[in-house]
Design a protein around this ligand. Structure first.
Ligand code: ATP
Length: 445
């Protein structure tokens, strides 16, 4: 069946099944802040883990770091964020709503008419997106610190530390996962755009002149990554930034966009940041950030190709992409989340066919043994068909059912989520069977 998923449907599934809750809901909620529930946190961690492996462990020349969120305020002067990290802000004089001028229809921006009530809009002014706070007991300018609006700067200021301690040689990368904060003017669309979010960033340091080639390499690698993550390529496209769109540090930029329920939007940015950041840090800190190539004896400031994805935004893309309302038979539909097994919050459902005759105990023992290998979920409530459907709805790729035959020959029925096909598997062979099935998993486009 065609997938006409609306954001409301997704938000309600996420709440009902414990993926994502509104923050501080008992106090009426906080706009744009969301909490990840028991299944959401597993999904988010699995995606993070998947990215980390893909971006560090399989490359011999990419290492990770985990830098502090609060950094010396001079970092943000050097990076250009104090001066340039702004959005053009307009207010409606009538309904008092606030908009990003670049996100409202062009005709409204040109005529200065509010897109909501047609009232008159103010002139646009620059609004800096960085959150400010004060470190220490005194709230004065001398103690001002920012919450980082991107994780990348934590990588740049550690460039020399990593070079000196890790034996990496250009070209090499530094990866980081972490929270970033932006005082966004309009936050809507669930977890798509929030003031507090997580980023998956990798900065790849290359020799000047080799940056275009590496840019192409990473553009392709990041496109391929989403397929491995189980996101359908038919829902992805590239968008190249025009001159007016480029961030202050970028020479070339491509976004990977995903077709979310509200339309095509950025999922990840791939930027050629040139030597901008390291050169600025050299200048502002007075500490030379250049690199000495030991073979050629050439000294230069490396260029940087950055891949910057939103982790929380990827969670939304994965949730949207996984969702299907499927007609199983005439009049019988099921909701199924087609998560790639590598990132599914629960890998294996374990059910006794009935509770009596020792089947529940047997199933619990089997489940306990499998916990070492997989995230499992034991359920003995209700008809077996309903238990399968409950797992389909949270995207559990495999379920096993323990029945009377299990007692005789130590086999169980294993059911696949996507095809609903059932096979008989020996208990001792379940881990190996699932590992193989994971490797062979393919999502239909
Ligand atoms: P936009 O133009 O939509 O504000 P951006 O181009 O400024 O986004 P980048 O600075 O390139 O975004 O950030 C890299 C990635 O971080 C984005 O592709 C997105 O996945 C994620 N991201 C950025 N801002 C937010 C946010 N407010 N909430 C969630 N994720 C975000």
């Amino acid at each position: 069946m065609a997938n006409a998923l609306t954001m409301d449907t997704l938000v309600s599934l996420c709440k009902r099944r414990g993926f994502v809750f509104q923050s501080s809901e008992i106090y009426g909620g906080l706009a744009s802040a969301w909490d990840y529930g028991p299944l959401g946190v597993e999904l988010k961690k699995n995606i993070q883990e998947f990215w980390w492996k893909e971006m560090t462990r399989v490359h011999e020349n990419i290492v990770g770091i985990d830098a502090a969120i609060m950094m010396h305020p001079r970092v943000w002067e050097a990076s250009g964020h104090v001066e340039n990290f702004t959005d053009p802000l307009v207010d409606c004089k009538k309904c008092k709503q606030r908009f990003r001028e670049d996100k409202i229809p062009q005709e409204n921006a040109a005529a200065k008419k509010c897109p909501e009530c047609n009232g008159e809009l103010t002139d646009s002014r620059k609004f800096n997106l960085m959150f400010k706070t004060f470190m220490g007991p005194v709230e004065d300018g001398g103690n001002l610190v920012y919450l980082r609006p991107e994780t990348a700067q934590g990588i740049y200021v550690n460039f020399k530390n990593v070079v000196q301690t890790s034996r990496v040689k250009v070209p090499f990368g530094i990866a980081q996962v972490g929270k970033a904060f932006r005082n966004e003017i309009t936050t809507k669309n669930f977890i798509f755009r929030t003031c507090e979010f997580e980023q998956l960033e990798m900065q790849y340091f290359v020799a000047p002149g080799e940056d275009d080639e590496w840019f192409e390499f990473w553009k392709k690698a990041r496109w391929d990554y989403y397929k491995k993550l189980g996101v359908r390529h038919s829902k992805l496209r590239f968008h190249q930034h025009g001159p007016g769109e480029l961030a202050h540090y970028a020479k070339v930029a491509f976004d990977i966009e995903y077709e979310f329920p509200m339309g095509w939007q950025e999922l990840e940015g791939i930027h050629n940041r040139t030597d901008y950041d390291l050169a600025r840090h050299s200048e502002f800190s007075g500490k030379d950030q250049s690199y000495l190539d030991e073979e050629t004896k050439k000294k230069y400031i490396p260029y940087v190709v950055e891949t910057s994805a939103g982790l929380t935004r990827t969670v939304l893309a994965v949730l949207s992409d996984a969702y299907e309302e499927q007609e199983v038979e005439a009049g019988d539909t099921r909701v199924v989340m087609h998560f790639h097994p590598a990132i599914a919050p629960v890998k294996l459902g374990v059910f006794p066919l009935v509770k009596k005759d020792g089947l529940a105990e047997l199933a619990q023992n089997i489940e306990k043994d499998l916990r070492e290998d997989f995230t499992t979920f034991y359920d003995h409530g209700g008809a077996i068909g309903r238990r399968y459907r409950r797992q389909d709805e949270v995207g559990t790729p495999y379920c096993i059912t323990i029945d009377y035959q299990t007692k005789e020959d130590n086999t169980v029925t294993l059911r696949y989520r996507d095809s609903m096909e059932q096979v008989r598997v020996k208990v001792a062979e379940i881990p190996e069977f699932i590992r193989k099935a994971d490797k062979e998993y393919r999502r239909e486009e």
